[in-house]
Design a binder for this molecule. Structure first.
Ligand SMILES: Nc1ncnc2c1ncn2[C@@H]1O[C@H](COP(=O)(O)OP(=O)(O)OP(=O)(O)O)[C@@H](O)[C@H]1O
Length: 268
């Protein structure tokens, strides 16, 4: 069992010592002529969990989608500012967006397995990249399923349809599908909101374990969850970053009144 609650608050010095995974500089996003994010700058540390919190419609998902350029699927978008991942500004015109999206894993609110086998779901991304070596694919599928804490439950049914899995198993399958590509960053958009409380705790433990391998950024409406799993938390309000600090500080002694109002349920 992971000790989710036994963490010391980090000092400012410790915070500045963290290695940066995603460095957002003056990011502004408008979607269909609506200004959604206004001048966001935030440094997200490597191999930690950072939670994005704030009331519905404040721009959390839009910020998450900025990390793999998903906002560009929206017909009319305007994006300015920079997002640096691994010494690359991902908005640079030389960036190869398909390569970027394969390096930044994404898990959505509702599991969305493809109507194919468990094995094919997990190996999908690798095969799209042209990987054909059977042994390599077998090893990658096993490793990803082990890392997603699903291997023991599915090892004897890898070629059954993924749609036969339970909701919690399907969500772990989505995590395995993302992990098979060994992403540097894993984006999770309310990954447990469709799951029961026990399965939710299981996924939370899994997220904590995955910090060894990648940086995790999670959008959640669940304050208890954010406080339990995240190392850092960013409170967003009406498209602006209001407060960002280590989670212990933000959830116990926020600096801004707006943050306190939100985490104590006074609005949102
Ligand atoms: N395609 C779009 N066109 C225009 N406005 C959009 C579009 N997508 C999102 N928005 C608007 O951008 C704002 C932020 O949306 P976003 O989904 O990022 O918020 P959120 O904080 O993730 O909300 P929730 O917690 O409800 O999921 C909202 O006002 C939303 O209506």
């Amino acid at each position: 069992m992971f000790k989710l609650f036994e963490r010391e608050a980090l000092s400012v010095e410790e915070f500045s010592k963290e290695q940066t995974s995603v460095d957002v500089r003056h990011l502004c996003v408008s979607l269909n002529a609506k200004k959604v994010l206004n001048d966001i700058s935030i440094r997200i540390p490597k191999n930690k969990i950072t939670a994005l919190i704030g009331q519905s419609g404040c721009g959390k998902t839009t910020l998450l989608n900025s990390f793999n350029r998903m906002n560009e699927f929206i017909s009319t978008h305007e994006i300015s500012g920079e997002v640096w991942i691994d010494n690359r500004n991902i908005y640079d015109k030389r960036e190869r967006v398909s390569r970027l999206r394969s390096q930044i894993g994404m898990v959505f609110q509702r599991p969305n397995p493809f109507p194919m086998s468990i094995y094919d779901n997990v190996s999908f991304g690798l095969r799209i990249q042209g990987e054909k070596r059977r042994r390599f694919l077998d090893d990658s599928v096993e490793k990803a399923l082990r890392n997603a804490a699903l291997w023991d439950e599915v090892r004897d049914r890898l070629f059954e349809s993924a749609l036969t899995l339970s909701g919690g198993q399907q969500q772990r399958l989505m995590i395995a599908r993302a992990l098979a590509l060994e992403p540097k960053v894993l984006l999770l958009d309310e990954p447990t909101s469709a799951l029961d409380p026990l399965t939710t705790l299981y996924i939370e433990e899994l997220m904590v374990a995955l910090k060894q391998q990648c940086t995790l950024i999670i959008v959640t409406h669940n304050m208890q969850q954010a406080a339990r799993v995240s190392d850092y938390a960013a409170f967003i309000h009406k498209g602006e970053l209001i407060e960002y600090s280590d989670s212990d500080s933000l959830f116990t002694m926020p600096n801004k009144q707006q943050t306190e109002d939100y985490i104590t349920g006074r609005y949102g």
